[in-house]
Each structure stands twice: as C-alpha cells, then as structure tokens.
Design a protein around this ligand. Sequence first.
Ligand SMILES: [Cu+2]
Length: 136
Amino acid sequence: MMTEIAVRFLLAALLVADAPKAMPVHVVSLIADHNSVFRVMDERKSEIDLIAGEPVLLHVYARKAKSMNRDGSVHGLLLLDSQHKPVAGWDLLFKPGVQEIELTAPTEPGTYEAVCTVVCSADHDQMKLKVVVNPR
Ligand SMILES: [Cu+2]
C-alpha cells in the first residue's frame, strides 16, 4: 500500500518536471507621449526587447499630442515585421491615460517596428518604436 502511494507520488513528480514551463508574463511599460514619441517608462530609449512567443502585458500611458481620432484615441500602435506586414493582434489604439493590454510576442525572432496609427501631430510619421524579438 505504502509502496503504491510512493510510486504514484514519484510518477506525479516526474510528470510535473516534464511539463513545459509556462513563460512568465513580460510587463512592458510604455509612454505614448504628447510630443509624438514612444518611450520606455523611466528610460529615454524607444526600443523594447521581447522573447519570441512570450506573453506580454503592455502597460501604456498615453498623452495627447496636437490632434486625435474622432473616437478619442490619441495614439495608436501597429507592429510591422521586417517585410512591413502587420503582426496579428498588434493593432492598438490608446485613449488618454493608463491602459493595460495583454499581447503575445511574435513567434518569429527578428527586428520589428511599431508605428503610430493616429495622425497625432506634424511629427506623427516619426512616432516609432523598435521591437527586437529574441529567440526563445
Ligand atoms: Cu502618435
């Protein structure tokens, strides 16, 4: 009886050890700013590093620039791959203030670029964020 319990326990432990480990959520804090710039919170850089396929919680603080969309969106974020094709699930609009969005990093490693999709000021065309996706 004790042996059977011990064997079951051992099997269960082996199964747990063998299960694929869930990737931790990568929290990215981003400012979509009033001067039509994306920047990482508390840093000056406009670049983020992700791991392919990891879950991402995008924490965005958006501040209105000169103009906004009719729906009240002050900035947008569209992620493009190296061929400038949109990445599924990464076409976002931001209202003023703080918002959190659950995303999944692209599964293909490489260098991506996010662009703003709201004509937010004369500098709108320069509102970009480099996104580097590293292999898992
Ligand atoms: Cu913008």
